[in-house]
Design a protein around this ligand. Sequence first.
Ligand SMILES: CC(=O)SCCNC(=O)CCNC(=O)[C@H](O)C(C)(C)COP(=O)(O)OP(=O)(O)OC[C@H]1O[C@@H](n2cnc3c(N)ncnc32)[C@H](O)[C@@H]1OP(=O)(O)O
Ligand SMILES: O=C([O-])CC(=O)C(=O)O
Length: 379
Amino acid sequence: MSDQQQGAAPVIYKGLAGVPVDYTAISKVNPETNSLLYRGYPVQELAASVTFEEVAHLLWYGELPDDSQLAAFEERERSLRGLDHEVKHIIDELPLSAHPMDVVRTAVSVIGASDPATPDDSPEANLDKAIRLFAKLPSIVTYDQRRRHELEFVEPRDDLGYSANFLWQAFGEAPELEVVTAFDVSMILYAEHSFNASTFTARVITSTLADLYSAVVGAIGALKGPLHGGANEAVMHAFDEIGTADAAAAWLDAALAEKRKIMGFGHRVYKNGDSRVPTMRDSLERMVEHYDRPDLLELYVALETAMAERKGIKPNLDYPSGPAYHLMGFDTLTFTPLFAASRVTGWTAHIMEQSAANALIRPLSVYNGPEERHVPAKA
Ligand SMILES: CC(=O)SCCNC(=O)CCNC(=O)[C@H](O)C(C)(C)COP(=O)(O)OP(=O)(O)OC[C@H]1O[C@@H](n2cnc3c(N)ncnc32)[C@H](O)[C@@H]1OP(=O)(O)O
Ligand SMILES: O=C([O-])CC(=O)C(=O)O
């Protein structure tokens, strides 16, 4: 069969917009009701009442853990947090000009290349690899952020939960509860969002029967772009460019006149607001109060208001999470790696779902190049 569709003029679904390509039982994004469910639970309820570890368990096993399941899960995750010497060595070899997402991508690739279980795609082996990556990503992200400031690696602590430990490893100080809570909420909100570009990339790679690590490496590449995960750091670059709230409207007019996309606004699925924004905005407001930075919230509101007036386009999750991570003390270039550390839970849940009911993902294209022609005979 050729790629070319026969008969009637072919319909092209550019960007696969609006095209359902498979079933998933992992999450439900409902733009009509502005809601997002993970395995049936509203994400806002999860953010208010459980930890990110419990959400990871929910995404992978389909159910929230009971007390003994959670204890076993946490013990396993905490035991896997360290980094092998070879991973640290390879990160050290990478130039500081490399974007932190390139570092994360490389480190995951090294972990995959060193794991003897890489070719084993049984559900048990894949779950083990998923927990391994989940546990190690905070070490990878913080190792890289700290080396850029010529600071020593902070070893993980097994007496701290995931988010408290992440902040401990990033800054080498016991984090305050309010900051841990805001960070944990961001991790929960970022964890899963159906067939977004990076998750779909992971599913495409999995559909060829390639291993889980290869699929995660591909997903990290897809997440890096500013139309997807890269937008959270781009929001902060825009805030830096704008400076103060009173400059936001004029900055926006100039940016729109230059046909620039305003990062942190708009969404392929939600056309009337991202269901996660109010929860993350609440966390941002707590951080603004905690760090006494009302100016940042004023700028946030000024740009959001100007964008609503001019384009009627609402913020997505990257808009409040960027400034929240800034207030917590993360480098701007680390924001997308934080997203990756969270989304690895969703990616790996989808990799396992794809493996369990696989079909090679291979759409058609409609050829519009030159008509058939022939190589001229050589004299
Ligand atoms: C967690 C996440 O990954 S969420 C996404 C993060 N990405 C961003 O924040 C990047 C900025 N936003 C965007 O580029 C887009 O809104 C996307 C890529 C997220 C969604 O894009 P699409 O669904 O393809 O929407 P599309 O690009 O068709 O937008 C429709 C119209 O709104 C405009 N528009 C959409 N978003 C924006 C934006 N952020 N700034 C300016 N204009 C925008 C488009 O230019 C287009 O206008 P037109 O019809 O005059 O050409
Ligand atoms: O769903 C999308 O297109 C983008 C995404 O990953 C998210 O919003 O979390």
